[in-house]
Design a protein around this ligand. Sequence first.
Ligand SMILES: Cc1cc2nc3c(=O)[nH]c(=O)nc-3n(C[C@H](O)[C@H](O)[C@H](O)COP(=O)(O)O)c2cc1C
Length: 355
Amino acid sequence: MINPLFSPITINNITLKNRIGVAPMTRMSAGDNSIPRKDVLDFLVTRAENNAGIVYNEAIVTDYESAQGYPGQARILNQNQVDAWRVVTDKIRSRGAISVCQIFHCGRMAYEGVNPANRVIAPSPIAPSQDNPLTGSPYPLPEQMSRFDMDHVIEGFVETAKGAMAAGFDGLELHCAHGYLLNQFLSAYSNQRGDKYGGSMENRYRFVHEVIDAVRMVIPGDRLLLVRVSNWGIADMDVSLFESKGEWQEMIHLFSQEPINGISLSTYDFSAKGFGTDQNMTQITREATKLPLLICGKIYDRKTADKALEDADIVLAGKSMLLNPNWVSDVQAGKELKLYGSDEAGIAYTDTPLP
Ligand SMILES: Cc1cc2nc3c(=O)[nH]c(=O)nc-3n(C[C@H](O)[C@H](O)[C@H](O)COP(=O)(O)O)c2cc1C
């Protein structure tokens, strides 16, 4: 019998040859042109060559005003940027994999000096609780977004989605996880607005709905639109961003009403139980949606991949894909593999090309 991991899956007429993929990973290698270094782009092609079924790129910044959160991030907003990514998506396709472009706005996780227009905006004027790991200083207090800001941000998502489609990506993912802007709207921890974009889950969801609505219009029906969600944030590591299983499921239910093709769950550990229940995050999410689910977090060998796939449809790996170019075949062979730590992933941000 074929192991389910290595069986194909079809989502919206797009078939993945297996259920293992490269998780989105920022590399911070771009120069002023917002185009990543060649070896960084090549890394994605190598992973497709080495049998990943789905390959995510690094999170792409959606505008030139306030979206960027780290130095050296990439954009897909002009022809040169589109051309650079076109080469990558063509090669990924020719190696039998599908490509997904993740896009994001950092909101309050941006910091002074990194954005060309030097603004930091968020749903509410509340800064993240932890210091910025890159600067060692507190994040600045963000400005509360006005309606003008919200429209401008939506425009950035739309223009970037157009760029990603022109660059030939098979899918687009809205990064609604990890404490970045869309997640900031969804969580009452960072969204304390008194207007119709704050308060109830339905209200906090409203801005995300507007983004999905606008972006779907520029994504052809035969390509994928996905969202990534998490209950944790990069600069609020120990905070449960959603109050309860019920609140999480209410959000998932709202996503399920949208014209999207899947939900990607980001966890520290796929097997960890969520919200004080005896269920993991995939099981909790599955109860609230029929959409395909992708799961990520400490999936590092055959045993963990098989286990994670019991509840999800596709498994993604971050650090293992980054550091072991042969990871998919090693998993297939059932090799004993190591669980990489975050300290080892720091190589992603150096000039040293990845293996
Ligand atoms: C170097 C690095 C960069 C990352 N950048 C992103 C990113 O741009 N977008 C995102 O959603 N997650 C990002 N992540 C999180 C990964 O996608 C993944 O969820 C995380 O590494 C946990 O999976 P793992 O245990 O297989 O490493 C990054 C992780 C690493 C190690």
